[in-house]
Design a protein around this ligand. Structure first.
Ligand code: SF4
Length: 773
């Protein structure tokens, strides 16, 4: 079978695209000005001031954007970054999408709009239904919506025909009840956005240190003498991390950055909280920047291992931590035999670096006593991502960098509560101890078979093995790989249910019957049950704290996620198992009491989240060098060195975000750190590749991906932008390029889509008709 993708939606005029030089620093006065201008434009002065003053404060609003932690002690009046302000403005907009909007816009019309346009229309304020065969959504009451869901779920041949997806914004309380709903209904089909981002981290860390979470605190970054930032763009994706990097630098740390693109946020930070930052005299960040080829990290870290062993041979007792290796680990001998034999020519081919560059970076590792290893999706979205993360761990173990101040493993997660949702049981592969505790607390036998992850869910809908899709937030269709396959799959569902704040692509790729259930945003007052309710979240460093919204809800009909989950559960399960679904929304402490009895590390949860700033989840490796692996020790692992190559004339595409973007949410059409204005359909490509392939900067191309099946995956009309990127490696924004990522191209073990390794060819295309360049 062969199919081609439709052309780009047309309401954002890419003919206005402008390309300038990339920035050499992040943040600064301009970031402050843009944040405030946008916030006031979207929310008005009063609401903007109220929300931003409460953002990331104790007993304030937890930022709904990334999962970077808050400081323990003093907090600034403006304890947020430019992108946190954008997220609050996006949610707090005064624009609303009323039922009349849907009467005016058919699904066909909406399908032709860009993601940016869809989300700009405003907040969803009324439950809507698309009846089977209809071209328009129409209003529906909450009770009828819940009854409709219950009828569909109870009419399925079995519970595994339903899928319950979760985005990383859902609170701990909503997530806990949602997984309870799914399991009381009878399925572990609980895919989440983690399947698409840090699943490789969870898999790699769980096997090696016994806990699938990072082992550092913010203080560890401040105290480190070396911070390695791999496959990460903190200036755009976790901007307050730059404050931690700045503090570390001022305390004497060095930074080693390893990334294909020289991102502004790796180069210099002009801290807008400080006069010198506002004056443009910021802090230089990376002491060394290795512009590595995409997928070269596994080879690089095996080379680091080899060079550290050689340095230890030359000066015994100065590089490795023998006492740690002997006391707390297993597998060192096999690992050291493997990396000593690593072929340097293969390393150079995989990384595109010189051996001198690799030696310089390895010397930084060898001479450091407190090292924090940070990484993000530049690492996790590869075929061999789990092996690469295990290689980070190997080097950290060899140097004893776990469970001591100023050192550790720091996966930086992208969505504010993605880690907390997993802690609360959102996982298609739940551990037996969790199911045992859940079943004992609620008096039923949870299903034991593993469920669908995100890619499995798409395959199940494509093959009509799944029939009902419920999404607790997010934009599954845009976030997932192989957009056209995913869209077709979801359109075949009997029922799709989207619990959402704003209109997005997933509402357009609707099932035969489809519901939109509008929910409160995190910045809005939650008065469910007639009282002020708080929710809780867990950040990237296992800190749990409460969040309380301040603003009036965008509309009177909005309900909290907790209330909606309980409404679905009551309509579907009634009093099956005797779970008191109608009691939970009255007081969220009733949920927290249950969390405290089910979730390890959360005893007395309701009490502990009342403490100022919350509490820290236990973490054996960090707290006591206790490693809950089957071996009872941290585990060195051996992975074969891989050198991936592409056929002649082909390139490796990595999908990236712009600075005006958070995950699938497009705030605007600029990416000022990379010099892009008023457009998104660009491909960053090296001068060498342009010359070799016979193109020039400014030419237009279609991107065509090549995979083992015969499906044609094409993304049309991108402008080539000459950029500093390794030869053979190009980059372009998602979700526009998600149609190019084959559904079955997944990381080994974790199943994460390989969005940083997509083999593409370029085909010459015409410039936009109105192009004025
Ligand atoms: S760093 Fe992340 S969590 Fe903090 S304000 Fe910025 S976007 Fe929000």
């Amino acid at each position: 079978m062969s199919a081609s993708t439709p052309g780009p939606p047309v309401d954002d005029d890419e003919a206005r695209l402008r390309v300038g030089p990339p920035a050499d620093h992040a943040a600064g006065l301009r970031a402050v000005r843009l944040s405030m201008t946008n916030a006031v434009r979207q929310m008005g002065v009063v609401k903007a001031t109220r929300n931003l003053r409460a953002l990331n404060q104790v007993d304030g609003i937890d930022c709904m954007s990334c999962a970077w932690p808050d400081p323990k002690g003093h907090r600034h009046t403006a304890e947020f970054c430019e992108n946190g302000a954008k997220a609050v403005a996006w949610e707090g907009t005064r624009e609303t999408v009323e039922p009349g909007f849907f009467a005016a816009h058919s699904l066909t019309d909406l399908a032709g709009r860009t993601d940016h346009w869809l989300e700009q229309q405003g907040r969803l304020v009324h439950p809507m239904v698309r009846r089977d065969g209809a071209e328009h959504y129409e209003p529906i009451s909450w009770d009828d919506a819940f009854a409709l869901i219950g009828t569909h779920l109870n009419g399925l041949a079995g519970p595994d025909e339903a899928v319950f997806y979760t985005s990383g914004r859902a609170s701990n309380e909503a997530a806990f009840l949602y997984q309870l709903l799914a399991r009381a209904y009878g399925t572990n089909n609980l895919p989440d956005c983690s399947n698409m981002c840090h699943e490789s981290t969870s898999a790699g860390l769980a096997r090696t240190i016994g806990v699938g979470k990072g082992s550092v605190s913010l203080q560890d970054l401040h105290e480190a003498d070396l911070i390695v930032v791999s496959g990460q763009n903190p200036g755009t994706n976790h901007p307050r991390m730059l404050t931690a990097l700045e503090t570390a630098k001022r305390n004497g740390a060095r930074i080693l950055a390893i990334n294909p693109l020289p991102e502004a946020g790796l180069l210099r930070f002009d801290n807008p909280q400080k006069a010198r930052g506002l004056a443009g005299r910021g802090t230089g960040l990376a002491d060394e920047l290795l512009q590595i080829r995409s997928n070269g990290d596994l080879a690089l870290w095996q080379a680091f291992g080899q060079l550290l062993l050689l340095a230890e041979d030359a000066a015994p007792g100065t590089v490795l931590d023998r006492a740690f290796v002997e006391g707390y680990t297993t597998g060192f001998e096999e690992w050291q035999r493997h990396v000593r034999a690593v072929d340097r020519a293969a390393v150079l081919a995989a990384t595109g670096l010189t051996w001198a560059q690799i030696e310089t970076a390895a010397a930084m590792l060898a001479s450091s006593k407190r090292i924090v290893h940070c990484w993000a999706m530049g690492i996790t979205q590869h075929h061999n991502a789990v092996a690469t993360i295990k290689e980070f761990v190997n080097v950290a173990l060899a140097q004893g960098m776990i469970g001591k101040p100023g050192a550790g493993l720091c996966p930086v997660r992208g969505h504010s509560n993605v880690q907390g949702d997993r802690t609360m049981g959102i996982w298609e592969k739940p551990p037996a101890f969790f199911l045992d505790a859940l079943g004992a607390e609620f008096g039923f036998a949870p299903p034991r078979e593993h469920g669908f992850d995100a890619a499995d869910a798409v395959r199940a809908f494509r093959d009509r093995r799944a029939k009902v899709f419920v999404a607790l937030g997010g934009n599954f269709v845009a976030a997932m790989s192989d957009t056209d396959v995913t869209t077709e799959a979801m359109r075949g569902a009997e029922l799709t249910v989207q619990i959402s704040t704003k209109l997005n692509r997933s509402h357009v790729a609707a099932g035969r019957t489809a519901l939109i259930l509008p929910t409160l945003g995190r910045s809005e007052q939650d008065l469910t049950g007639g009282r002020v309710q708080r929710v809780t979240v867990e950040d990237s460093m296992s800190e749990v704290h409460a969040s309380r919204g301040r603003s009036a809800p965008a509309g009177p009909l909005l309900r909290s996620e907790v209330d909606i989950v309980c409404g679905i559960a009551a309509a579907t399960l009634g009093d099956r198992h005797g779970i008191p679904w109608r009691d939970f929304p009255v007081d969220y402490d009733r949920i927290r009491d249950r969390i405290g009895r089910v979730v390890p590390g959360c005893a007395d949860y309701a009490e502990r989240i009342r403490a100022q700033g919350g509490f820290t989840m236990p973490h054996g490796p960090r707290d006591s060098r206790t490693f809950p692996t089957p071996e009872g020790k941290a585990v060195f692992t051996v992975s074969p060195l891989e050198v991936l190559s592409v056929p002649p004339g082909r390139l490796v595409l990595q999908t990236i975000r712009s600075h005006d973007q958070f995950n699938t949410t497009i705030y605007g059409l600029d990416d000022r750190y990379r010099g892009i204005r008023s457009g998104r359909r660009v491909v960053f490509i090296s001068a060498e590749d342009l010359a070799e392939l016979g193109f020039a900067d400014g030419d237009f191309v279609d991107l065509v991906s090549e995979w083992t099946d015969d499906r044609v995956r094409r993304a049309e009309r991108f402008r080539l932008v000459q950029y500093s990127t390794p030869k053979g490696c190009v980059a372009a924004y998602y979700p526009e390029t998600n149609p190019l990522v084959p559904l079955d191209s997944q990381a080994a073990v974790s199943g994460t889509p390989t969005s940083k390794w997509v083999v593409v060819r370029l085909e010459r295309a015409a410039a936009p008709a109105s192009d004025q360049r």
